[in-house]
Each structure stands twice: as C-alpha cells, then as structure tokens.
Design a protein around this ligand. Structure first.
Ligand code: AMP
Length: 209
C-alpha cells in the first residue's frame, strides 16, 4: 500500500507507522528520521537542516523532496511505503504526486491523525525515543521499559513545539483540503491508547485489526 500519514507534530504518526509496517509489509519513510540521522552523522545535509529543525521550522522543500525521491528508488519501497512527515507543504505534495505519476504508482490513501493542539504539548514534551530500537514512548501514558536507552528530541521542548504547531497550521493544514479534493483523505481520531488508534487506522485502510 502507498500511504501518507498526516497530522500535527506529536499526533502519533511515527508511533502508528511503526505499528503498521509489519502489517502492510511496507517500509516507514520518515523525513524527520532521515534528517536526524543526517544530523547525527554530521553530513552537509544534516548541517544544513539543523538550524531549521532546532528552530521548529520546515527544512526547504528542495532538500526534503530530493531526500524522498532518492529513498523511494530503494528496492524495499517498490511495493509500497508509509510516508511519515512528508509531504508537509503543497509544493512537496505536488512533487510527490508528479514523481508517483511518473512511476505509474499513485498514492492510495492519506490518513490524517486528528489530535487537538491542547494535547500536543504534553505529548511531545514527555515523548522519548529508545535510540536502539526507534520505539517511541511517553513517560506518563506509554512508559518505556527500564533497559531502554532514551533520547529526548531537541525540538520537543515546549517553545519549539509551539513553533512547529504554528508551521503546521500555516503550511501543512492546507494538505487536508488538497487530499480531500483528490478523494484520498481519511480522518482518524488520534486521541487514546496507541493500540486503539492503530485499530482505527487499520479500519480506515479497510483492514481488520
Ligand atoms: P518530524 O520528526 O517529522 O516531526 O520532523 C522533525 C523536523 O524535521 C521538522 O520540524 C522539520 O524541521 C524537519 N522536517 C521533517 N520532515 C519535513 C518535511 N517534509 N518538510 C520540511 N521539514 C521537515
């Protein structure tokens, strides 16, 4: 399945993508993860992206579009993918549409995870990732096991989260009417236990939980 997961920062896109990769037998492609990996490796791309990410701003379209174009050429993406955090602007959505049209493999579904902004700050400030497994936890609602090697994302600080939410409203929210017009959009309530939300996502995709 060729799927895009949309939603504000902290809506659970990464958690839900991790939960359904095995079921869909398609890789998760997260531009945020790719940019963080580039940053950790100290590549020129990572260094270029860093200032934007630390400020809670979007990295320029040309940078992320290039990343995704390269990634979609990898063999594991041939039979489908779960895009997490891309597209985030209309220009990115246009570029993705054009690329997939060239490949003759258009998007099949776009799932929006709806989470009210009041919940976002608590979700992100208490979010932690196990750096060995990529598993995402929440210190209160989804506590990590004692042996997890936890990392707190630098951009999950309250001020940066507010800036990321503002960017979402200004740039990314326009993708809802965009994909609605294309007849691809499904909206899922993203509030609740991660497993409950996974069941809703699978239901929206026409798959049994
Ligand atoms: P995420 O892990 O998806 O929340 O992304 C973390 C940060 O990486 C964002 O706040 C942006 O600075 C950058 N980023 C990730 N994906 C994109 C994208 N599609 N377009 C622009 N910037 C992005």
């Amino acid at each position: 399945m060729r799927l895009v997961l949309l939603g504000p920062p902290g809506s659970g896109k990464g958690t839900q993508a991790n939960a359904i990769v095995a079921r869909l037998q398609a890789p998760k492609i997260s531009t945020g993860d790719m940019l963080r990996a580039a940053l950790a490796a100290g590549t020129p791309l990572g260094l270029e992206a860093r200032g934007y990410m630390d400020a809670g701003k979007l990295v320029p379209d040309s940078v992320v579009i290039g990343l995704v174009e390269e990634r979609l050429k990898e063999p594991d993406a041939k039979n489908g993918f779960i895009l997490d955090g891309f597209p985030r602007t209309t220009a990115q959505a246009d570029a993705l549409g054009a690329l997939l049209a060239r490949l003759g493999k258009p998007l099949e579904k776009v799932v929006q995870l709806d989470v009210p902004s009041e919940l976002i700050v608590e979700r992100t400030t208490l979010r932690r990732t196990d750096k060995r497994t990529g598993q995402i936890y929440h210190l209160k609602y989804s506590p990590p096991p004692p042996d997890a090697e936890l990392e707190h994302r630098a951009d999950d600080r309250e001020e940066t989260v507010k800036q990321r939410l503002a960017q979402y409203e200004a740039m990314t929210a326009a993708l809802l009417p965009y994909y609605q017009r294309l007849g691809l959009l499904m909206r899922v309530d993203g509030v609740g236990e991660p497993a409950e939300v996974t069941a809703r996502v699978l239901g929206a995709l026409g798959l049994a939980a």
